[in-house]
Design a binder for this molecule. Structure first.
Ligand code: NAD
Length: 369
């Protein structure tokens, strides 16, 4: 197929991780990638709402998994697939770019893994940024999950039977996910507050109608490079926790999303803070997958501590798999267009975006001829 047409072949795989409902490429983007031949594993889009017929109608060819992998030059997935059965030299594009086990497996299988978390956060690459697109959906979904666990309402309601006071919501960590959580909670009627160790987040929090909370402690700020926060010592984190306790003891819904790239998540809430919280408080710990921002978080479990509930969902984008797949796919389409405008695919080093995605792996000179 690729050899006759001189087009590179892309395979879109079905996800195998339990609960992963997204698909890496949606049918609507197939027609916009005419420079590639696209094969799709049978059933790949089902959990996201896209049937095989949609892919065929868009020009994709449906194949069994092993066949799709065998004919592909580039393999697309959301989660890094098991590389067993991949011939050396394949190029895989997926999440997993911060996972050492994925890097080891790729090296062993002699394939090149382009990990999407390594995408440089430069203006030119914004439309390929899956971290941002998926974090937006996660922030929105976190508020809905939290609201479902609250025994109270988010909005104010004035009824003949009495007045319901609006809930107070705070986002700890005001990056992409935290800001989207603030916007969502405000739309649902909550009174919103935001905190981040980056002072730059203040303006963004305030632009969403939320109050920026900044504890009066010398260690509260931790600006890093590239727009990211810097890691804090255990002692700094401890002092910050104590300083935040007062604000958290007046809040009903707490969404935590504090992350430092390539590190375990900082601890923002411990049992001492939880003991000071209002009965019925719900905490959604969006950092559960990287250790959690709350000492008692258990990934994908509901933990009750007294009358406080802590939930630690690790795959919030899968709560809205159709839209999260559309956005992930849009990011993939822009990246694939960047990698190959026309003619054969040429993955040579020297391109800022491709080099960052490859990390320290050597790129194949030419994936298709
Ligand atoms: P992230 O997921 O790495 O972290 C989430 C948030 O946690 C960040 O805002 C971070 O400052 C915060 N945080 C870390 N430690 C904390 C602590 N101890 N207490 C409270 N908050 C803490 O971040 P992200 O959402 O990926 O965004 C990071 C930055 O990148 C932001 O400045 C964002 O505006 C920027 N960004 C740039 C682009 C671009 O293309 N230019 C795209 C997306 C995001």
């Amino acid at each position: 197929m690729g050899q006759n047409t001189h087009k590179a072949v892309i395979a879109v795989l079905a996800e195998t991780l339990p609960g992963e409902r997204r698909v890496a490429l949606v049918p609507a983007d197939i027609g916009k990638l005419a420079q590639y031949d696209i094969v799709v594993e049978a059933g790949a889009g089902l959990n996201a709402g896209f049937v095989d017929e949609d892919y065929s109608a868009a020009g994709g060819k449906i194949l069994a998994r092993a066949e799709a992998i065998a004919v592909a030059d580039l393999v697309l997935a959301v989660r890094a697939p098991d590389f067993a059965g991949f011939a050396p030299g394949k190029v895989v594009i997926s999440l997993g770019g911060r996972d050492a086990a994925v890097a080891d497996a790729a090296a062993k299988a002699q394939i090149v893994h382009l990990g999407m978390e390594r995408l440089p956060r430069i203006t030119r690459a914004q439309s390929m940024d899956v971290l941002s697109s998926q974090a937006s959906i996660a922030g929105y979904s976190a508020v809905l999950e939290g609201a479902r666990h609250l025994d109270t309402l988010l909005p104010m309601m004035t009824t003949a039977a009495g007045i319901v006071r609006p809930a107070k919501m705070i986002a700890l960590g005001a990056g992409v996910a935290g800001l989207q959580a603030l916007a969502t909670a405000r739309r649902l009627g909550a009174v919103t507050y935001g905190f981040d160790v980056r002072e730059a987040a203040r303006e963004q929090v305030e632009s969403l109608g939320a109050e920026f909370v900044f504890p009066d402690v010398p260690d509260a700020k931790a600006e890093g490079t590239g727009g990211y926060a810097a890691a804090q010592s255990d002692d700094q984190q401890f002092r910050l926790r104590r300083a935040l306790t007062e604000a958290l003891s007046r809040t009903n819904l707490i969404i935590t999303s504090a992350q430092i790239p390539d590190r375990v998540a900082p601890i923002l809430i411990d049992e001492e803070t939880i003991a000071a919280m209002l009965p019925g408080t719900v905490i959604v710990d969006m950092a559960a997958e990287t250790g959690g921002n709350v000492t008692i978080t258990k990934p994908d479990q509901i933990v009750r501590h007294g009358r406080v509930t802590v939930i630690g969902p690790t795959n919030l984008p899968s709560c809205a798999p159709t839209d999260s797949s559309r956005l992930y796919s849009g990011n993939m389409r822009t990246l694939l267009t960047h990698l190959c405008k026309a003619g054969p695919l040429n993955l040579q080093a020297g391109d800022e975006i491709l080099d960052a995605l490859a990390g320290d792996q050597a790129l194949p000179a030419r994936a298709a001829s």
